[in-house]
Design a protein around this ligand. Structure first.
Ligand code: ADP
Length: 892
């Protein structure tokens, strides 16, 4: 029987061996000449095996003894991911490299616009999810020690002391190899190599125990299978929902667990290693699970009832007196636990120090802290302290809950917690519309539901009062942690995973759709989603000219070609280089950034210019994609602006037309009432006098003649009015046909004067200047004469001078013929000068000689003839000016 001392000694030797391996690998890496196999996909594949912790090494057998083949789901998830989703992993690795990602929190934060809030959330979630898992590893090491101690009566084991020393030892190892220096790419060759060695040890150990069981304790495969059938494992029934849920959980955890992310993405040296790992790692898992069922079945059969099936891997060889094998098995379990704890502590410490400790420290330092040696030391110190704190957390968790049987199920609970990162991670990789707020919403909701439906009920210990468990939160039965929204009868794990993941994903999607990503998020989103399109490797922007050209291309897309060229040219001239592109000096970059920020906002402009000129790993294609989008948006908004301007123009036109129509309709009404009024006056007098004629008998002849002549005059007036109205309506409708002829102005005036004066016996002296009238005109002479007649007749009618006279003066100016009709009356008051051209307008009743249509007709006629008639306001008497276009060849 191996004594505990031997066991401790073997352990120490083993740890020393790991130290040497890690140390040697680190040294070789730092000197840059590592042997080929150290750089081969083999080490990478083996390092992935930290997925198999003590929970899988010992626990799988226990799991199989209790729940039959269900333990396979734990291996099935990662296998499906490796085989079916290796392109997704490749994307993750590519992004990890191009963005210099240091942890899963860093990745999520980088994707969503470098948000530290998100990083803190992921870190806290990871710490809460992983701490119990670390405690589980400590428990398994302690249990395995205890198993040996039981077999060694010479020594009494103090459990708590063992755990303490184990935790302290692991912390020292993690600190030594995980935080030896600050590497830009955060790779830890030493740790990875040690982990690979441990992977071999645990596989060999489990295979050895398996082979011993199948061929040592049983008589080969056939008999073993028969014994399996006979055991309680043979009666196992598959539960479809649990099977699917746990497979999903293990797949999600495989991608999201901080330690898995550490070895798979951060420690990855070559993307091509994934290709080998895609088949080699599932093979490793297959070998790890090969003998689980036989060990469980034989263990159940051989060992006394009540023996802990979680320790069968250890207790079977011990019970058979195979100390060597037991020792190997112990080392296998020890390897599983230590490798997990070390890598997990390293990964978590990176997250805690980068996203929680450092931001606080930097804030405390104010803005003066620059990245110098002291900051690096602070980072290292923060990491070391974080590792110690995380290990201490694991230790205390074990002390608090270690004796509890609930610890065994903590693996799945841990998985479910970590799986809450999945929607934000996968969404961030494949969906550009995913936003920071969406990720935050999904993550927090999923985390809370997981806490409430899974972690708190499982922890027990009064953390969640019994009343809440049975009656729901605040007495709402639909808020019972294990029957949310009234859905009962589900397996607790299925229930919790279903609700937390479904609501997490739903919140993530809806909030993402409802919010708009900021420029940095959009930029990062484009880079993450399109990482394969352009990141064949990090591109270096060494040539300054290349930078200027790229800046130019980007600026053109944002500012428009013309403006960008002008800006660059003026900058080049400012720098004294004529004809070339400006050098990307800080001053120039600053001005360019200001120029761009007008279009895309300050943050995006800063990021864009910074990324091109700063030579960081953001690819130009990404910037251009974002710039293109911005340009399209600007163009679109430009189009919208044009359209809205056009719309408002049309609306204005419509309004004007509408006003005009209303006016016209009002005018029409006024006109009709005027006309009926004008018609009624002569009609009334005709009727009255004709009645008098009819009814008066024996009246004097003189009276009869007078009455008859009044009737005649009124009838004439009526005819004139009707003629005028008809004439006006023909002119206004535009249907008038003009009879254009050529004649002399003098002749037209002669005709007009004689016609105007003929109708009345009122004296009017007409003064003319025949010399000015020797002009030949081409027009509708009859219509023109009608205008002249009207003006002369008006002077005759309305000139109130004692000796009324009118002078008619013609002149030509600016290619137009002007004929002024000036009388010596009192003229027309200023207020009425415009009005008199309107229909039925008369200055005052005493001056009214007609219906007020004369000047309206004149205006219409002159409009048709291409000229106009207006009142000359400066003249003391009545003054009208008729002007006409004058064909140049007709001037005589
Ligand atoms: P009507 O056909 O009734 O003469 P007009 O349109 O020709 O009407 O003239 C409108 C008004 O302008 C007249 O009622 C008159 O009061 C005024 N008016 C026109 N010509 C003169 C003038 N030479 N001197 C003073 N008032 C005039």
């Amino acid at each position: 029987m191996a004594s505990l001392n031997v066991l401790v000694a073997v352990c120490l030797v083993y740890v020393a061996l790991l130290f040497i391996v890690a140390f040697a690998a680190d040294r070789k890496a730092s000197r840059g000449h590592r042997s080929a196999w150290l750089r081969s996909p083999l080490i990478y594949t083996l390092s992935l095996s930290i997925y198999c912790t003590a929970w899988t090494f010992y626990g799988a057998v226990g799991y199989a003894a209790r729940s039959g083949l269900e333990f396979i789901t734990i291996y099935l998830g990662p296998t499906l991911v490796m085989i079916g989703w290796w392109w997704g992993l490749r994307k993750l690795v590519r992004i990890g490299r191009s963005q210099r990602v240091t942890s899963i929190a860093d990745l999520i934060s980088a994707r969503y616009g470098k948000s530290n809030t998100l990083a803190i959330c992921v870190t806290i979630l990871a710490v809460i999810g992983v701490t119990p898992y670390i405690a589980l590893q400590l428990q398994s090491i302690t249990l395995s020690f205890a198993t040996f101690a039981e077999a060694d009566p010479a020594r009494q084991l103090y459990e708590t002391t063992t755990v303490f020393w184990v935790a302290a030892g692991l912390a020292v190892f993690a600190i030594l190899f995980g935080t030896r220096n600050l590497n830009a790419n955060e790779r830890h060759h030493g740790v990875v190599t040690a982990v690979a060695l441990e992977a071999v040890v645990k596989l060999v150990a489990l295979l050895a125990v398996g082979i011993f069981v199948v061929w040592g304790l049983s008589d080969g495969i056939g008999e073993t299978m028969a014994r399996v059938d006979a055991s309680q494992i043979g009666q196992w029934q598959m539960q479809g929902d649990r099977w699917a849920t746990i497979t999903f959980l293990s797949a999600a955890a495989f991608v999201c667990l901080p330690r898995m992310f550490q070895v798979m993405v951060v420690e990855n040296e070559d993307e091509r290693h994934l290709r080998v790992a895609a088949w080699a790692f599932p093979l490793y898992l297959l070998l790890m699970s090969l003998f689980v069922v036989p060990i469980a079945a034989i263990g159940l059969e051989l060992l006394p009832v009540g023996a802990n099936p979680d320790l069968f891997v250890l207790t079977i060889p011990l019970s058979q007196g195979r100390d060597g094998l037991a020792m190997l098995s112990f080392l296998g379990g020890f390897s599983s636990a230590t490798s997990m704890v070390i890598v997990a502590a390293m990964a978590l410490s990176t997250m805690v120090s980068n996203h929680i400790v450092m931001p606080i420290w930097l804030r405390m330092q104010g803005h003066g802290a620059s990245v110098s040696g002291d900051v690096r030391n602070v980072v290292l110190l923060a990491r070391r302290v974080s590792i110690a704190v995380i290990m201490a957390l694991g230790y205390f968790y074990y002390r608090l809950a270690g004796q509890d049987a609930a610890l065994a199920s903590i693996g799945l609970i841990s998985f479910a917690g970590i799986a809450q990162i999945l929607p934000a991670l996968v969404g961030g990789l494949f969906w550009r519309g995913a936003t920071r707020t969406g990720a935050l919403a999904g993550l927090s909701l999923g985390f809370l539901i997981w806490l409430y439906t899974m972690l708190l009920p499982a922890l027990g210990g009064g953390l969640l009062p019994d009343a809440v468990l049975t009656d729901g939160l605040f007495g709402f039965s639909w808020l019972r942690p294990q029957a949310l929204f009234g859905i009962e009868g589900l397996d607790p794990i299925v229930h919790a995973v279903m609700w937390s993941m479904a609501l997490n994903a739903a919140a993530f999607c809806t909030v993402s759709l409802a919010t708009f990503p900021n420029p940095l998020e959009r930029l990062q989103g484009a880079q993450f989603v399109n990482v394969f399109d352009h990141s064949a490797g990090p591109r270096g922007w060494t040539g300054l000219v290349a930078q200027s050209e790229d800046l130019m291309v980007m600026s053109q897309r944002i500012l428009g070609a013309g403006e960008a060229q002008d800006f660059f040219q003026s900058e080049a001239i400012r720098q004294g280089s004529h004809g070339g592109l400006p050098e990307p000096t800080p001053a120039f970059l600053e001005r360019l950034e200001r120029e761009l920020s007008g279009s895309v906002g300050a943050a995006a402009a800063h990021a864009m210019v910074g990324q091109i000129a700063g030579g960081s790993s953001v690819s130009v294609e990404d910037l251009l994609a974002v710039a293109d989008e911005t340009a399209q948006m600007l163009e679109y908004s430009g189009q919208l602006e044009v359209q809205s301007k056009e719309l408002s123009r049309t609306a204005k036109k419509l309004r004007e037309t509408n006003e005009k129509l209303t006016q016209i309709s009002q005018q029409k009404d006024a006109f009709l009432s005027q006309v009926s009024h004008e018609l009624r006056t002569p009609m009334t007098s005709i009727r009255a006098f004709s009645e008098i004629l009819r009814d008066t008998e024996g009246g004097s002849e003189e009276d009869t003649v007078r009455h008859a002549s009044i009737i005649h005059d009124e009838a004439l007036r009526l005819t004139r009015l009707l003629n005028d109205l008809l004439d006006l309506s023909v002119l206004e409708s535009g249907q008038v046909s003009l009879n254009m002829t050529v004649g002399s102005l003098g002749e037209v005036l002669d005709h007009a004067v004689s016609t105007a004066l003929a109708g009345s016996d009122k004296p009017l002296n007409v003064i003319r200047q025949p010399s000015t009238e020797v002009v030949r005109i081409s027009s509708d002479l009859d219509r023109l004469s009608q205008v002249f007649i009207n003006l002369i007749a008006n002077a005759q009618k309305y000139c109130d001078a004692e000796n009324p006279e009118i002078s008619i003066v013609a002149s030509t100016r600016y290619g137009r013929l002007r004929i002024d009709f000036l009388d010596n009356g009192s003229g027309i008051p200023r207020a009425s000068q415009q009005l008199i051209f309107e229909k039925f307008s008369r200055v005052s009743p005493e001056k009214a000689g007609g219906a007020g249509l004369g000047l309206a007709i004149c205006r219409e006629i002159m409009l048709r003839l291409g000229g106009d008639v207006r009142y000359l306001s400066g003249h003391p008497g009545g003054a009208f000016r008729v002007s006409l276009p004058l064909a140049p060849d007709l001037v005589t």
